[in-house]
Write a protein that binds this ligand. Structure first.
Ligand code: ZN
Length: 431
């Protein structure tokens, strides 16, 4: 392709995309908050400043929590406390970013509010320990937070000279706040919350009207859309990484507590945990994006994930990250103007024959295939369920006879087989 053709096709593409954007824009134009996470590389002095800030936030959190809990025990009204209360007793609190301390107050108030709203789901907040993950949040006022894309610098309150930041992607919009965190394996990250009119990366026309997504135990999900069905396996690199994690856990537990070797083993374990969490998020983001790109309507079953977690299936379910997967599908659907439907969890997606509508009440959890007693059709359990969900997406929950969808084991279009984490171990370029 010569330069001119390339140029004109780019122009054409941009034109199509912008028409789509205008169309979607008219549907929803309220600004959305989007977080961008970057690795940062603080200098020694900045590391000290971060450590001080984390420490002060922890101190304020624990002091406030203690007072609130005591009032709670005595059945008194829970007092509203501001960080200023402790500044005389601990003058070093004045040295750190005051927004960070303010946010501790807000976070703690929210934690109590959540608890009183739903005691079963939200436990009372806990005291913070030094070995937990450390973080603090600061707000942007009068341009106190700036990002210099040219020099790769992030300027924060009290760090006006800027922290070195790896800006692997650009963002547009107004910075609302930044959360600085330090992971257990000693890496620093900044999560920048940006108010943006258009959080989408690129809007693609959906090729398929609807799709049904069935969650599996053997496979991660089974998907059916206009073009047929496919199963998405648990990624091999994740299975391998989990195997390695178990080995590292064992090795760590065998080391003598407090020894140098124990510290080395702890670090290796923390790194592996971080790798798995990044790789899993990467997989879930890419899979959900691929599904949202391809389909206009996405239907999933509203399984009682929490209920299932209590059963013996717990391990494989918590590992498979379904809850997160749903969250990603949901917000991406909102961003890209797609419809996300969660069917009632009593909808018998597995038990209904998609061909004749017969309901097979004898189906057990371990039955991977079954033969419909009414029409004789042989069903793959997961494929049948996803076809029923697909029908819901097409607006026909009443099942009518259709052609058996084709089944193949390919991964969906555009879904890479390997994680694309860069060496920083983080990759957040999704949308
Ligand atoms: Zn049947």
């Amino acid at each position: 392709m010569d330069e001119r053709t390339a140029q004109s096709s780019t122009v054409e593409l941009t034109a199509t995309i912008s028409t789509n954007l205008v169309h979607l824009h008219s549907m929803q134009c309220k600004p959305t908050l989007k977080a961008y996470k970057y690795r940062i590389y603080p200098t020694d002095a900045q590391v000290v400043f971060f450590a001080k800030t984390f420490g002060c936030c922890r101190l304020v959190w624990n002091k406030m929590l203690d007072e609130k809990k005591q009032a709670y025990k005595k059945k008194e009204r829970i007092p509203r406390i501001t960080p200023a209360k402790y500044k005389d007793e601990f003058p070093f609190l004045k040295e750190v970013d005051s927004f960070a301390l303010c946010n501790v107050q807000l976070q703690l108030e929210k934690a109590f509010k959540d608890h009183f709203r739903n005691r079963k789901h939200f436990q009372l907040p806990k005291f913070k320990k030094k070995r937990d993950k450390q973080s603090y949040t600061t707000n942007n006022t009068h341009n106190s937070i700036r990002v210099d894309f040219e020099k790769s610098l992030l300027c924060l309150p009290k760090l006006r000279e800027g922290v070195k930041i790896e800006l692997h992607r650009r963002f547009y919009g107004k910075i609302k706040s930044v959360t600085v965190s330090r992971t257990n394996d000693g890496k620093y990250y900044a999560s920048i919350l940006v108010e943006t009119e258009n959080p989408r990366n690129k809007v693609v026309e959906p090729r398929s009207k609807a799709c049904g997504v069935d969650l599996g135990l053997e496979h991660f999900v089974t998907v059916t859309n206009d073009f047929g069905s496919y199963k998405v396996e648990h990624p091999k690199y994740l299975l391998k990484a989990e195997e390695r994690l178990r080995r590292l856990q064992k090795s760590f537990s065998q080391k003598q507590k407090g020894s140098k070797n124990s510290e080395k083993a702890r670090l290796r374990l923390a790194r592996q945990h971080a790798y798995i969490s990044n790789a899993r998020n990467d997989f879930l983001h890419k899979l959900s994006k691929a599904i949202i790109d391809e389909n206009q309507v996405v239907v999933v079953e509203d399984i009682n994930v929490k209920g299932l977690l209590k059963t013996r299936l717990a391990k494989s379910i918590s590992d498979s990250g379904w809850t997160k997967f749903f969250t990603y599908l949901k917000y991406k659907a909102e961003w890209y103007g797609r419809t996300f439907i969660q069917v009632d969890r009593f909808f018998p997606s597995s038990k209904l024959c998609h061909r004749c509508g017969h309901k097979n009440d004898d189906l057990a959890l371990h039955d991977r295939t079954w033969c419909c007693p009414a029409c004789g059709e042989i069903h793959d359990r997961d494929v049948n369920a996803s076809i029923n969900l697909y029908f819901v997406g097409l607006g026909r929950p009443e099942v009518t006879p259709v052609e058996q969808a084709l089944v193949d084991d390919r991964s969906p279009h555009g879904l890479p087989k390997k994680p694309s984490c860069d060496e920083t171990g983080i990759s957040t370029s999704y949308g």
